[in-house]
Design a binder for this molecule. Structure first.
Ligand SMILES: [Mn+2]
Length: 425
């Protein structure tokens, strides 16, 4: 379904005076207001195709109300819908083989019609496909059998090929490789095999492409993971070359890891690829961004903004920004609207940090002042700033409220049926 622009305008008109009051209140104290509003408008977060349907856990999957996208075309329409409402979801990230484009040209045209670009392509060697010759039960790129490694490499090269057709410029490799029991594998051999496989994929990258090496501490392997943390990922990325980077997924750390410090150092080394945003309380919970620990998200963005500014980087385009979440109990589109909003809020708060004053406080070891500066930014209600940027870009002042008022899910169910399951899930 397509959202009519006049309906968004009508909705905005009905709540604009309340918005204006809140906006004027917060804007009065903001330096460089127009600069911040422009940065917010430019910032886009890619939506992964697999987050558009209801996810499950290893114990099961409960059906949603329906209306889930049944094809790649419908997935693009759903992301187009999100983008029409928040003007900050202007990209989609595909997963192969779940989203193989049968006609790349028409898929590209459809995406362009919705104002969407193709973000990083994602390969899959963490599960076996029905027609596949060798099994990944004991790993893919790390496998002891060269034939299995070759199959994994060829799959990744095929994913690059699809990405080229669509205009994507990066490949994210997340490997489930590792071991479940001590003694199961030789750590060094697993690393060397993986490195060799990644080198073959790296050699197949087109000129402008980047390779993102995503790490994860545990699951599905519970004793060792072959790309288990940022140190290992950085080791691979450094050995591979200048087109390889480390990708940070917020849920892929051991509990209480200081992710903001990891981000700061990766940025310093010019090796940060970008992000998979989600939130978690225990492990890789894949919950809505900002639902558990919004302060951590702010601290991460604070390091991102300061680190990118130090290197003269463009916030919107020099790193990859993507959501990676999926779960059971919310309408997936409402969940994504909430996630994008949480990212925009954390980014806006980070833009408010008085970096000059913070540097002075750090140089004079004024710990109290440093905390005051950070928390002044964090405790500012920046939601009217984010809403104003969205309003000026043609989006809805309150995307979730608009989605509900218009009964978007009800319309999708009417269009697609109540028993649909998003492809790939
Ligand atoms: Mn991820």
């Amino acid at each position: 379904m397509q959202v009519e622009k006049y309906k968004i305008d009508e909705f905005n008109n009905s709540i604009e005076s309340a918005h204006k009051r809140k906006f004027d209140f917060v804007a009065a104290d903001v330096n460089k207001l127009e600069d911040i509003l422009k940065k917010l408008a430019d910032f886009q977060v890619a939506i992964p195709s697999w987050a558009l349907g209801t996810g499950g856990t290893r114990f099961g999957r409960f059906p949603s109300k329906g209306g889930e996208p049944r094809s790649l075309e419908e997935k693009i329409e759903d992301v187009g819908l999100l983008h029409a409402l928040n003007r900050s979801s202007g990209a989609i990230s595909l997963h192969i083989p779940w989203d193989i484009p049968s006609n790349a040209k028409s898929i590209k045209a459809l995406a362009a019609q919705h104002g969407l670009k193709f973000d990083a392509m994602n390969s899959n060697t963490f599960q076996d496909q029905p027609d596949q010759k060798h099994s990944y039960k004991f790993g893919s790129m790390q496998h002891t059998d060269k034939a299995v490694r070759k199959q994994a490499v060829e799959h990744n090269i095929e994913v690059i090929k699809y990405g080229v057709e669509l205009g994507s410029e990066s490949l994210t490799v997340w490997l489930a490789d590792g071991s479940c029991f001590p003694g199961q594998l030789n750590f060094r051999n697993a690393f060397q095999n993986t490195l060799e496989s990644l080198q073959e994929v790296y050699a197949a990258l087109p000129d402008a492409w980047k390779l993102f090496v995503e790490y994860k501490a545990f699951e599905p392997n519970f004793y060792s993971t072959t790309v288990g943390d940022w140190g290992q990922s950085l080791l691979y990325a450094s050995k591979l070359g200048p087109k390889a980077y480390t990708l940070v997924d917020l849920g892929h750390h051991l509990p209480n890891a200081n992710i903001e410090q990891i981000v700061s150092l990766l940025l310093m080394e010019g090796k940060l690829a970008g992000f998979h945003f989600n939130d978690s309380k225990y492990g890789d919970d894949d919950l809505t961004v900002g639902s558990i620990n919004p302060y951590q998200l702010f601290l991460i963005f604070k390091e991102l903004v300061e680190g990118m500014d130090t290197r003269g980087m463009n916030h919107a385009s020099d790193l990859g920004w993507m959501i990676d979440a999926s779960h059971n109990v919310k309408d997936p589109l409402e969940d994504l609207l909430q996630s994008v909003e949480a990212i925009m809020v954390a980014y806006a708060q980070a833009l408010l940090v008085d970096e000059k004053a913070l540097k002075e406080a750090q140089l004079s070891n004024d710990v109290v002042r440093a905390q005051e500066i950070l928390q002044t930014a964090y405790r500012t209600d920046v939601r009217p700033l984010v809403a104003e940027a969205r309003l000026r870009a043609g989006g809805a002042l309150d995307p979730v409220a608009f989605y509900r008022t218009q009964d978007v899910r009800g319309n999708l169910v009417k269009e697609r049926g109540a028993k649909t399951v998003a492809t790939g899930l």
